[in-house]
Design a protein around this ligand. Structure first.
Ligand SMILES: [Zn+2]
Ligand SMILES: [Zn+2]
Length: 430
């Protein structure tokens, strides 16, 4: 074990003051024994998990993921044996959408399946490599902090696992049309997804921040009432403005959180109507074809006997967006009224809304894959419809609305009535 990695494995054995990102309660997280974690005393959010090897294993996993991604990005993941035969790579979908006049949707697919995963992997790789190769007492360059902060910000927008489900749905829709072959890239993407999940599970962000910017022993000197935590790196300071550690903008609460969330939510609710009433795609077979909406697509899957897939698309494309719109509206109304009721339930709703948002992109990816593959003139052609663009906008707007909502505002209503809350210590679980 090198000097750097010995210091890294010791770093999670230190007491730190942390703000719970969900309820805003400041609490002292104790030194953690191996295989234990520390959860917020008040709302149950995981504050810290002990990791035995916080950086080295992640580096190995990230390198493997990068190699697999290079393979996945250059090889076809589906090919169709019909007429001249066609295959598609990760770039094929965005290209076909752009040619169909849906440039904004093409960009979203390109950004979430190629740019965000590649940038995120590359940034984490570079930061971990520099940490690994660092000599004792060697200062690390400043840009590593920016890269590591961006890598964290990109994690919501890297959607390989959702894309793989989109490939699966596209495959099921195509086998009726012609023989389909699953290419090497699909397997590489699957393996890469597992590597990334494993890397995320072993990587300890707090330890990496402590290595990039040694922690000043200030946190406990700041009086509890003046503590503000940085959302980027978790460090505690006593003033708003640029974070001295990671450079993110430190704010006690997200500014204009409720009004911005409302604006995004209302825009999403309005676009939900064309997203469901206008056709998302038209399949033309032997010169004939009818445009179909999201619901008609689900019925089609069910009619072909693909019930599990129909249920999956119905859940991801119809149920999840409605539940997200209603859930967010409920959170915004109760928080706006400073309600102190059902805080645990509201916190759970917030977590669910945040976690499920990205899965609605399945249909968007499926449309991009079908458009790229099925371009065989009068024999069979898929044309994306305007409903697809609206639907894509609904998914993105609700995702950003959930990100702009500051869950700590829900719990602020309680703090006015319970001043002792600020002095509690978290629960340690194993
Ligand atoms: Zn909490
Ligand atoms: Zn910071």
């Amino acid at each position: 074990m090198t000097i750097a990695s010995a210091a890294l494995s010791r770093a999670s054995e230190v007491r730190t003051v942390r703000e719970c990102p969900t309820c805003g309660l400041f609490q002292t997280v104790p030194a953690l024994a191996p295989h234990t974690g520390s959860t917020c005393r008040r709302c149950g959010t995981l504050l810290r998990q002990h990791r035995t090897d916080p950086a080295r294993r992640a580096l190995a996993l990230v390198i493997t993921a990068l190699l697999l991604f290079t393979l996945a990005a250059t090889q076809p993941f589906l090919s169709l044996d019909l007429g001249a035969g066609r295959n598609t790579t990760l770039l094929g979908g965005p290209e076909a959408l752009e040619q169909s006049g849906l440039a904004p949707m093409a960009f979203v697919v390109l950004a979430t399946t190629l740019l965000a995963p590649a940038l995120r992997l590359g940034m984490i790789f570079w930061v971990l490599l520099r940490l690994h190769l660092r000599r004792p007492r060697q200062a690390l360059p400043h840009h590593l902090r920016t890269l590591f902060r961006w890598a964290e910000a990109l994690s919501d927008w890297s959607m390989i696992e959702v894309f793989l489900l989109g490939v699966f749905v596209a495959y099921a829709k195509l086998i009726d049309l012609a023989p389909v072959h699953v290419g090497l890239a699909a397997y590489a993407l699957g393996a890469m997804m597992l590597m990334m999940a494993a890397a995320d599970a072993t990587l300890d962000h707090e330890v990496i921040w402590d290595e990039l910017v040694p922690r000043p022993q200030l946190a406990r000197a700041i009086p509890p009432a003046r503590r503000i935590a940085c959302e980027g790196c978790g460090r505690i300071t006593d003033h708003e403005g640029a974070c001295g550690c990671c450079g993110a903008q430190v704010q006690r609460r997200k500014r204009h959180s409720l009004s911005e969330s409302w604006a995004l939510l209302i825009a999403a609710a309005l676009l939900y109507i064309p997203a469901n009433t206008m056709p998302i795609l038209t399949v033309i077979q032997l010169g004939q074809g009818l445009p179909s909406t999201i619901l008609e697509g689900v019925v089609e899957l069910a009619d072909s006997g693909l019930w599990p897939l129909a249920a999956l698309v119905f859940t991801a494309s119809i149920l999840v967006p409605v539940l997200k719109l209603l859930g967010l509206a409920y959170l915004l109304i109760t928080t706006g009224r400073r309600s102190r009721r059902h805080l645990a339930v509201r916190t759970r709703i917030y977590r669910i809304v945040e976690a499920v948002g990205r899965w609605s992109m399945i249909d968007v990816f499926m449309i991009s894959i079908l458009t790229a593959l099925v371009q065989m003139g009068a024999l069979a052609t898929v044309i994306p419809g305007p409903g697809a663009l609206s639907f894509c906008a609904v998914v993105l707007l609700t995702m950003v609305a959930a990100q702009r909502f500051d869950p700590r505002l829900m719990w602020d209503a309680l703090d006015h009535h319970d001043p002792s809350a600020a002095t509690r210590s978290p629960k340690v679980t194993s």
